[in-house]
Design a protein around this ligand. Structure first.
Ligand SMILES: C[S@@+](CC[C@H](N)C(=O)[O-])C[C@H]1O[C@@H](n2cnc3c(N)ncnc32)[C@H](O)[C@@H]1O
Length: 301
């Protein structure tokens, strides 16, 4: 039998080791999440034991990959795909000890402030995160100095004016949320919430977009035709990595849920056992800082 060359890419040696049947069976979107995760993780400093939020993880292939390849602990969080199904997939992949599936909306996350060392999002940010206030919301969940990193389908350059003719048959309203690396850099950097370390476009990403589509959805002629016609003029894969700046104060009233402003956190450190000192302050004291900076619940803008 000749070797199965499907989805093999020199650019992505780690992803190429995964069985194409597994990758295809666990696809949850229009991109190869393992390629994108390998590309994104090359711009991160992932170390074993780190706590990582995989936001919009779909069928959790990226979460399994991150656990297996880097030894990080992953909270595999998604809205449309079942956490029960993901748990089976995670266990079968042998990483049940370090990948934790959750069903949650990215706009109402059930985590404590500063819990994560890094947040990654593969090909999902455009569904919920283009709003001006979303970064302020999400940043609270990562420690100061931690990364917020996104990789996915996007634009090589912004579409100014009319939609190009060759994209019209494929375009839908939802695609207006696709943006370029330069757009994301400006969107994030001007807030001061993160320092943007990386904002770039995958070289020849459109070719990989086509390779993936021919493998996973060969009947999707409209998209294949649009990407083929485009030749990387507008469509491609975009990667952005920002690092949370601890000194920037986040706005509480921008959060979609107001639990924290109604019931401010009041944790006071005490020794756990007799004869012990109180625990040392972690995370540069980011969580305690939040107590001090909470605006009054009735505060106006
Ligand atoms: C194109 S799929 C990508 C999935 C996966 N990351 C991958 O690369 O295969 C987009 C994902 O975004 C998730 N998503 C969309 N809106 C969301 C929201 N508000 N909260 C959490 N996840 C959301 C969907 O559930 C879906 O799995």
């Amino acid at each position: 039998m000749p070797p199965d060359e499907r989805l093999v890419s020199e650019q992505f040696p780690r992803a190429s080791a995964y069985h194409p049947d597994w990758v295809l069976a666990n696809a949850s979107g229009g991109a190869n999440s393992l390629w994108l995760t390998e590309w994104l993780s090359a711009a991160l400093d992932l170390r074993a034991g780190m706590r990582v939020l995989d936001l919009g993880c779909g069928r959790a292939s990226s979460s399994i990959f991150l656990r297996r390849e880097f030894g990080v602990q992953v909270w595999a969080t998604d809205l449309w795909f079942s956490a029960a199904e993901n748990l089976e997939r995670i266990r079968d992949a042998g990483v049940g000890d370090g990948v934790f599936p959750l069903h949650a909306d990215a706009r109402s996350l059930p985590f404590a402030p500063g819990f994560f060392d890094a947040i990654v999002c593969i090909d999902a940010f455009m569904y919920f995160a283009t709003g001006d206030l979303y970064l302020n919301y999400l940043a609270q969940f990562v420690k100061p100095g931690g990364a917020i990193a996104i990789g996915g389908a996007g634009l090589v350059r912004e579409i100014e004016g009319e939609l190009p003719e060759h994209l019209r048959a494929w375009w839908t309203q939802g695609l207006w949320s696709l943006h370029s690396a330069a757009w994301w850099r400006r969107h994030w950097e001007r807030t001061g919430i993160v320092h943007v370390e990386r904002a770039d476009t995958m070289p020849d990403g459109w070719k990989l977009w086509l390779d993936w589509h021919r493998a996973v959805a060969p009947d999707n002629a409209t998209e294949i035709e649009a990407v083929t016609q485009d030749q990387g003029r507008f469509l491609g894969y975009v990667r952005v990595v920002g690092r949370r700046r601890g000194e920037t104060k986040l706005d509480e009233h921008c959060w979609p849920d107001n639990l924290r402003t109604l019931v401010p956190p009041q944790y006071a450190r005490k020794p756990l056992l007799r004869g012990q000192e109180p625990p040392a302050v972690e995370n540069g004291g980011a969580d305690l800082l939040m107590v001090e900076t909470n605006p009054p619940a009735t505060g106006s803008r």
